[in-house]
Write a protein that binds this ligand. Structure first.
Ligand code: DPX
Ligand code: MG
Length: 564
């Protein structure tokens, strides 16, 4: 190869990451990826964010995808790093986030020489990490031959962007600096287009049924964002005049200030009046839904397959007909041009809509309750806020917030891995520097990934973290209680000083009363750096919705085995 058309494998990957819009990547070093990291550092348009551990780096990459709407990348060493990263990548798979997971790998000579290696299982197996990752990614490749690197890297990146799923790239440690072709001009498209015939037929069928329905309703689902269909869902909402609901894991994808927005459709724990209108509708279009035990409150939501149309990322499913290869965004956009406006469901909702009475604050000395905490958080929200709600009671309280136009909401409801939000808050803050994340994190969840607050401090990011100290795994208490739901208490607020050490600018305090909380919020909002408020909440203080939801989920988990 002549000099001007060559580069190294590591630099090739860096250039492609830059090309698809990344400005940062998350990394933990180890001897199998050090040369690769050297090559990445040579690219001055990409910034390395060094994390405390690989799981958190993976969660940060998840948060970065959510913030930018694009891909992210995370770099780890072999096995000890990779297998620690695995859970976060499984989460990204479940949540449709294109995280590019890159691991250093054994020297290409090791296999040929039957060499036993450190950090491995102590067996002559060099492929197990790729095999394991192949279960939680859309593509998993190992690069051993630098001449193949461009094809393998491009294919993996294209797969991540097209299918909105993570991919795994393993680069042998002696290949990262090996010579390969420079990246050549090409495009990396997102999801492919629909089959035109199928799209047309699906749109016509949907329009025919919806235009004939008496009280049609629209519900937004979680796949809308990953598959680039949020804007077209808004177009459809405007064109149809129907009442609109959001599924809980799609909160924030549809403007909650839209005049036709009813609230969250979540079975018995949904917004008052909303479930009644959806369930009594004669035809409901769900756009990008997932009907799981969690999103349907243990299947207590009355989803009647005979009365719904499901627009999925790649197909449209009618009560007794399916159209394949129809892309969600295209379907919604075309349907918007074909619907007759019909506000019958909205009129019905208005008749039963409940007035929201604002909660009156107590005295400054009143011990803090979850309700008062969330009424204060409600007042903090503006168009540049993003609420990041960890698994736990934060889901139920967070989902009840009324989001102003522009504000966003993040939840990992499909995967629900506690500790996610600390890393995700880091990655989100890096990916969206103009927004101010407000993270709602329970004490139990925080204990899994707490050290990543140190990285938030290290890079001078500015999230506000509410650390909700209710002395236990309260959501589990409501599903099924036992001694395992009590956790060791920590002085959470003091951790910020531990992580600040000599050069950090994190701020923190504890708040046990309403007055202390008001003071703490003022300080946190004006602090030009990360802030953590540890709020002291009674162990039994949880939202009514958690109690109801926990009962339904427990019943669903408790179904007896079918032994014939
Ligand atoms: C567990 C959950 O303190 O929140 O509001 O007190 O419930 P609440 P905390 O953060 O506790 C969370 C806890 C233990 N789930 O109640 S939701 C099981 C679980 C999980 N993910 C992982 N391990 C265990 N969801 C990684
Ligand atoms: Mg707790």
């Amino acid at each position: 190869m002549s000099e001007n058309c060559t580069t190294t494998v590591g630099s090739y990957l860096a250039s492609r990451l830059e090309e698809i819009g990344l400005q940062h990547y998350f990394a933990v070093p180890g001897d199998y990826n050090l040369v690769l990291l050297d090559k990445l550092l040579e690219n001055k348009n990409l910034k390395m964010i060094s994390c405390c551990n690989e799981l958190n780096a993976g969660y940060a990459a998840d948060g970065y995808c959510r913030a930018t709407g694009g891909a992210s990348a995370v770099f780890v060493t072999f096995s000890v790093g990779g297998l620690s990263l695995l859970n976060a990548i499984a989460g990204a798979y479940a949540e449709d986030l294109p995280v590019i997971a890159v691991s250093g790998g054994p020297n290409t000579n090791s296999e040929a020489e039957f060499e036993m290696l450190h950090h491995t299982l102590g067996a002559l197996d060099y492929d197990y990490q790729r095999e394991i990752f192949s279960k939680v990614t859309a593509e998993a490749v190992t690069i051993h031959d630098p001449r193949e690197a461009p094809t393998q890297i491009d294919h993996a990146i294209q797969t991540a962007l097209r299918f909105r799923k993570p991919v795994y790239i393993e680069i042998a440690c002696n290949i990262a600096a090996a010579v390969t072709s420079k990246p050549n001009v090409r495009s990396f498209g997102g999801p492919t287009a629909s089959d035109p015939l199928s799209l047309k037929a699906a749109v016509e069928r949907a329009a025919e049924l919806l235009n004939a329905a008496v009280k049609p309703v629209l519900v937004s689902g979680v796949k809308l964002r990953s598959f680039g269909a949020e804007a077209n869902f808004h177009k459809l909402a405007d064109a149809s005049g129907y009442a609109i609901a959001s599924m809980p894991n799609a909160k924030g994808f549809f403007d909650e200030q839209h005049p036709h927005f009813m609230g969250t459709y979540w079975g018995p724990v949904g917004s008052p009046g909303c479930g009644e209108i959806v369930d009594s509708s004669d035809l409901c279009l769900f756009a990008g839904p997932t009907f799981t035990d969690y999103t349907t409150t243990g299947h207590a939501a009355l989803i009647n397959p005979a009365k719904i149309i499901q627009a999925r990322p790649n197909s449209v499913v009618f009560p007794n007909q399916t159209f394949s290869n129809v892309k969600l965004a295209e379907f919604l956009e075309q349907l918007a041009t074909k619907l007759k406006p019909n506000d019958a469901s909205m009129i019905a909702y208005k008749r039963i809509q409940e007035e929201v009475t604002p909660l009156r604050a107590g005295t400054p000395e009143t011990p803090l309750s979850t309700r008062q905490l969330f009424s204060r958080i409600q007042q903090m929200l503006g168009p540049d806020s993003t609420v990041i709600a960890e698994t736990g009671d934060s889901w139920f309280n967070g989902i009840q917030l009324n989001l102003p136009t522009g504000s966003r909401f993040e939840v990992q409801m499909q995967y629900g891995s506690i500790g996610w939000s600390v890393g995700a808050t880091l990655g989100y803050s890096v990916g969206a520097p103009d927004r101010r994340p407000i993270a709602l994190i329970g004490d139990g969840s925080f204990q899994l990934t707490a050290q990543e607050v140190s990285t938030i401090i290290r890079y001078g990011l500015k999230p506000i973290i509410f650390l909700i100290n209710n002395r236990g795994y309260t959501i589990e208490v409501e599903i099924h209680d036992g001694p395992y739901n009590t956790i060791k208490n920590w002085n959470y607020a003091e951790l910020v000083n531990v992580f600040n050490a000599e050069d950090g600018h994190g701020w923190s305090c504890k708040a046990g009363t309403e007055g202390e909380l008001d003071e703490a919020i003022k300080m946190a909002v004006s602090h030009n750096g990360p802030a953590l408020i540890e709020v002291l909440i009674d162990r039994d203080d949880c939202s009514k919705n958690l109690l109801v939801w926990g009962g339904h989920v427990a019943k669903n988990n408790g179904r007896p085995p079918r032994i014939s």
